[in-house]
Design a binder for this molecule. Sequence first.
Ligand SMILES: Nc1nc2c(ncn2[C@@H]2O[C@H](COP(=O)(O)OP(=O)(O)O)[C@@H](O)[C@H]2O)c(=O)[nH]1
Ligand SMILES: *[C@@H]1O[C@H](CO)[C@@H](O)[C@H](O)[C@H]1NC(C)=O
Ligand SMILES: *[C@@H]1O[C@H](CO)[C@@H](O)[C@H](O)[C@H]1NC(C)=O
Ligand SMILES: [Mg+2]
Length: 470
Amino acid sequence: MQRNNLSEENLLPTSRDGGRFLADIFPKRRSLFAVFASFATISLLGFLSFTFWTEQPRTQTIITEDIPQPSNVTHSTLSDANLIGAPTAQFRDNLRPDRKYLTSWISAGWTNDVMTYMNLVYLAIITDRIPIIPMFTPSHIGTSVPPIDFGLVFDVPRFRKALGKPVLEWHEVKDRASGLVEEIGCWNTWEAVQERDHHPRHSYVPAHLKLDISYTKAPSWIKLIPKFEHDMHTTFWALAALAFPETRTASLVTPLESPEHHVSLPPDEHVVCYDYLYFVGANQPFEFEFDYSPAWRYVGQHMHFTPIIEHLAEEYVRRAIGVVEGEPTPPWIAIHVRRGDFKVFCGENTDGCYAPLPVIARRVEEVKAEILERKGMVVTHVIMTSDERNSTWWGEVVGLGWYGVDHSQTTELLGPWYPVLIDAAIQGGGVGFVGTDRSTMSLIARRRVQSWKDGAVRTVKWGKPDSDDH
Ligand SMILES: Nc1nc2c(ncn2[C@@H]2O[C@H](COP(=O)(O)OP(=O)(O)O)[C@@H](O)[C@H]2O)c(=O)[nH]1
Ligand SMILES: *[C@@H]1O[C@H](CO)[C@@H](O)[C@H](O)[C@H]1NC(C)=O
Ligand SMILES: *[C@@H]1O[C@H](CO)[C@@H](O)[C@H](O)[C@H]1NC(C)=O
Ligand SMILES: [Mg+2]
């Protein structure tokens, strides 16, 4: 694996001096530092302060005393207009009576959660409601990691502008320091689409938001493929119908008691809420795979990473390749090889289950050829991102002339969320992409490269030695 030339010593964060930290992580690129410095500083300081939700311990060392509190960071006039004002101890005190809102929770890997929030916003659009997006909670990076704000990952002001619609984050509505537990009635979709779990979909989000939820089981007709036990999808318009008074009223059944206050509440009309919006499509299951996907076309493609994450991704690419100061960053092709827990799909047949590097290299060559043909561009730099830990394998990657991303310092410097955020931005920032079949991280990277760069993409199939022979 390509190692960069930073010594451990000069990468150690200093706890009191954010400026020194920046200069250290980007010692060779004063120009980048200038870019950072010229940001509305707030977003940068917000980034450094690692605005974690509620009373999570602030374990990060990169904190300075003069960093503004998070509530000062992302408040904008656009969001103000759709709320009564600054975050309140109870969310209801901040909702405008003349506006309607929509929210939901997450419960899977980070990319699945990103897709779930895309679905949330799309459902809000078709119901003429204002989406309220919660934070990201950790999964593969370790469940004890504190959550991170949606707005520290995605550029919310840019998102609002591209959509031409309001978008709120929960911390703008309810004060993140509030200890007040609030009752709310929500739709339980999970029990209407599958038979295995006899409860609404579990999520850590309501606990962070201090919400005590009484769930009403949604009608079984929300299921996309009626009675089919091997699929769990519902449709946007089925869920939208439940957000309007006639279908809502016709669908009311006795709600489940809320776990804390033991109250029974029908689905809220002011803030309509659903337990889980990952398994939602307009026309078919796993719809992000398809070119027409409305959640991607109307929402997902407008969710760009924050300028800070984009710049971090570029900086990691420059370091991987070894671009010297003053030289522009060359265009790159990114690969995402998804391994880790995917080995459960291999079962007994571990031999030849994962696609070997030569099989991946064949798709990389196809991507290069397509970029040359369509754009007249010769792209020589190939960046590997992966959750594979095997150093022999990484050695083989470098042997092919590809570059690895060095995350040996990332968690220590920036926090445990940053390896995956930076890798996702690297994957989505190339002019070409080769991904792993069945990985949502690969899927969304592929869509980004298509939408953002009109790039060339391929997906490597795996499972058997000949899976990708086509
Ligand atoms: N840093 C990093 N993490 C990865 C990579 N691939 C997988 N992971 C981790 O594994 C998780 C996979 O879950 P998810 O994002 O839902 O994608 P999926 O499981 O591949 O569909 C990611 O969110 C990361 O935490 C990678 O290339 N780089
Ligand atoms: C927001 O910023 C102002 C000054 O700009 C400061 O006085 C105030 O304490 C900040 N609010 C919070 C919640 O930190
Ligand atoms: C590591 O990767 C090498 C090369 O791909 C492979 O031969 C070896 O079996 C792997 N080791 C483990 C423990 O999986
Ligand atoms: Mg996943």
